[in-house]
Ligand binder design. Sequence first.
Ligand SMILES: NC(=O)c1ccc[n+]([C@@H]2O[C@H](COP(=O)([O-])OP(=O)(O)OC[C@H]3O[C@@H](n4cnc5c(N)ncnc54)[C@H](OP(=O)(O)O)[C@@H]3O)[C@@H](O)[C@H]2O)c1
Length: 312
Amino acid sequence: MFRTVLFAFALVSTTAFTPTTRVFGIRGVHTTLRMASRYSLPDQPARFAKAKAEKNARHLDIDSCYDPAFLAGKRVAVTGANRGIGLSLAKELTAQGAKVVGLVRKSSPELDALNPDEVITGIDVTSDEACASIGGKVKNGPIDILINNAGYFYEPVEKIEGGELNFSEEMKMIDICAVGPLRVTSALYNANLLTKEKSTIAMITSQGGSIDWRTTQNPDGGDYGHHMSKAAANMMGVLVAQEMRKFGIACGILHPGFNKTEMTAKYAKIWEVEGAVDAEVGAKRVLHEVGRINMETTGKFINCEDGLEIPW
Ligand SMILES: NC(=O)c1ccc[n+]([C@@H]2O[C@H](COP(=O)([O-])OP(=O)(O)OC[C@H]3O[C@@H](n4cnc5c(N)ncnc54)[C@H](OP(=O)(O)O)[C@@H]3O)[C@@H](O)[C@H]2O)c1
């Protein structure tokens, strides 16, 4: 009996990261177990190759499962809506009949062309004053969905070796990516712009915030500030989820997938092999997962590429 339990445990352990179907016998009875893992794979090229081998529609063709009906008429605030994934979110939200509230440092012609419900400029997420002013500037009513998307990734690779660390850039990334979304969330909540039992919060963090995945994704370390900032953002997201729980406000923590934006232009050489998508596709993947944030899933860290969890 003890050996059977051990065997079953070993099977679960070795398949923790691999959705698979196993057939094995216990006491002569063949049992089929579908061991669909709750976790995404840390090896990004392998994850993409596996999705292609399995013809995984959720991963490869978001249109096959994306149902945006929930967005119609919703007021959705997006930080960093002027370019990149944020702009694509604003475009897709507009196409689906949502009312976009752009929270940006500066607008862009592309954002203005969408004729958003509101565009609030001057919102540098590192500024206490600018963020605190949001409450007084939102004119057209409460926010149904807040998407904290703005982020920053210092371009050069940071290494101890060669003295290539940049401590002020590290603090800047932490300020923008981890403290910034907290400033914005707090400003909206305290201005009664998030509605109890109704509003939803999405924190766009990154797989780069997973400590568990560093040994696979960064076997030689490096990019300290980026990974520290996103791990801090994940912690912030879980604490927001916990604090907001009693108000019935759910908070999802989302890796948006690998998107072809200015932020990842330095990785353009690996875009195709690692499955990077246009931000229009990334935005749909994000909104698909935003639609799944609720009081059961609150505080979970989800890979918008495949809808699976990422371990902390
Ligand atoms: N692209 C990917 O593959 C990928 C992967 C994982 C996670 N992410 C995350 O997804 C989010 C969007 O990324 P992206 O690829 O769209 O990046 P991006 O193209 O570089 O755009 C970054 C956005 O953040 C805004 N922003 C930067 N610093 C800000 C500040 N201090 N205050 C207010 N806004 C600020 C930028 O506004 P300005 O125009 O004013 O600079 C811009 O709108 C980020 O949080 C990023 O970390 C992206």
